[in-house]
Ligand binder design. Structure first.
Ligand code: HEC
Length: 148
């Protein structure tokens, strides 16, 4: 999975698996195509993200990565896309709360990134995530799946 994402050339796609995973186990995300997902945070962002609702605004340089996979009724596992959020400098894009959203397919194809190629194709990410502006656009994960 990580190998495919890394073909995108995106620097985080190649390294996120070494970050802290705040999910105790992969869980099904209905909002990300009903796929199983994990939630990783990089060194800059992990301590903050792990505070969940108490976190306050994310430090600039925070990167959150959610990889995904599907399991068929027959038990076959397939890779899903990689969802990335990166907290940029203030003023980067007020329409996204200064987050750069990136969507990368399992093949490594980049569907779009805020402020870059295919930006229009990731606008829907911010539209939904801004629903939790009070948590700096982070939804966190269901309490039962949070790593202790
Ligand atoms: C319809 C609403 C919705 C859309 C659209 C959506 N998300 Fe999310 N996102 C959520 C919810 C809810 C969570 C937390 C629960 C979960 O993991 O499913 C989340 C979690 C995340 C996280 C983990 C950080 C956090 O919020 O705690 C990342 C990273 C992420 N989404 C990236 C993306 C990207 C990139 C896109 C667009 C390609 C996207 N999301 C589209 C609702 C959405």
């Amino acid at each position: 999975m990580a190998e495919g994402y890394a073909k995108s050339g995106n620097q985080w796609a190649a390294s996120y698996q070494g970050w802290r995973n705040v999910a105790a186990q992969p869980y099904v995300s209905d909002t990300h195509g009903a796929r199983y997902v994990n939630n990783y945070a990089n060194d800059i962002g992990a301590d903050n993200y792990a505070l969940f609702e108490e976190a306050g605004p994310a430090p600039v340089g925070t990167v959150l990565a959610k990889d995904s996979f599907t399991v068929t009724a027959g038990g076959r596992v397939g890779a899903g896309p990689l969802f990335l959020m990166e907290k940029m400098e203030a003023g980067f894009d007020p329409d996204t709360g200064d987050w750069r959203y990136t969507l990368i397919m399992p093949s490594g194809k980049v569907i779009g990134a805020t402020g870059g190629k295919g930006a229009a194709r990731v606008e829907f990410c911010a539209e939904c995530h801004l629903g939790v502006e009070e948590y700096d656009s982070r939804f966190f994960l269901d309490e039962e799946y949070r790593a202790q």
